[in-house]
Design a protein around this ligand. Structure first.
Ligand code: DC
Length: 229
């Protein structure tokens, strides 16, 4: 493992990337960065300022202005990390349904992406990082030593989302959640810049029917496997 500086985990919404990524990072003593949280923070900032999600120019300016920082949990309320937007704790606010609805639109703006990618690369340059997202292995860190593409069927992902929300006391019908997941998959996979896809050298892990423990074991075994030369 001494040579593994960067681990990229990509995949669609709800595949378990954040859960698994955070656990892998904890196990290895690496930094964990969920890049989806960065796009969500920009989306929240846009909503709060009533910026039109189609106004690419204003969004680009906003993405460069706001200060997003992601670090270890500062409150013990089940969060895997704390997200600050201009110094204020927005860890849960970025998970709200209104952010879910607009975030894909915001994440497809090229200048928003380049602002985020710049920050992501700066963080990765220090090494020992697990970075999770949609384009980490393909665009952000094409030289990452380990690339995992974590996926699951849309039906399984909708089921997990329903459970996750129920655990927080929110009840939403599964068909509605499934429709949202399919809509986001469509937007994330078909956008012009950095669409969601597995890097050619990514190892694909399909997690349908796997528990978190099983998926973690599988990913750790791939990550810790000696590099083929
Ligand atoms: O993983 P998530 O659901 O929190 O991601 C939120 C949105 O951000 C999702 O629509 C995809 C987008 N995203 C992206 O385009 N690139 C990334 N590296 C991470 C997330």
């Amino acid at each position: 493992m001494a040579r593994v500086r960067t681990i990229a985990i990509d995949g669609p919404a709800g595949a378990g990337k954040s859960t698994i990524g955070a656990l892998v990072a904890e196990r290895l003593g690496y930094l964990f960065l969920d890049t989806g949280a960065m796009y969500r923070a920009v989306a929240l900032a846009a909503l709060r300022r009533a910026v039109d999600p189609d106004d690419a120019e204003t969004l680009a300016r906003l993405a460069r202005q706001v200060l997003i920082s992601i670090g270890p949990p500062t409150v013990r309320d089940g969060r895997a990390y704390t997200v600050l937007l201009d110094g204020a704790d927005v860890t849960w606010a970025i998970r709200a349904a209104d952010v879910d609805r607009v975030v894909s639109q915001i994440a497809r703006v090229p200048a928003v992406r380049s602002a985020m990618v710049e920050q992501q690369r700066a963080l990765a340059s220090r090494g020992r990082i697990v970075m999770v997202g949609r384009d980490i292995g393909t665009v952000v860190l094409p030289d990452a030593e380990r690339k995992i593409f974590l996926t699951a069927s849309a039906a399984e992902r909708a089921r997990r989302r329903e459970e996750e929300l129920a655990a927080r006391g929110e009840h939403r019908p599964r068909p509605e959640l499934l429709a949202e997941i399919l809509r986001r998959d469509e937007l994330d996979s078909h956008r012009v810049v950095a669409p969601l896809r597995a890097a050619d050298d990514a190892m694909i892990v399909e997690t349908d029917g796997m528990s978190v423990r099983e998926a973690l074991g599988r990913v750790l075994s791939l990550v810790q496997r000696p590099v083929a030369t």
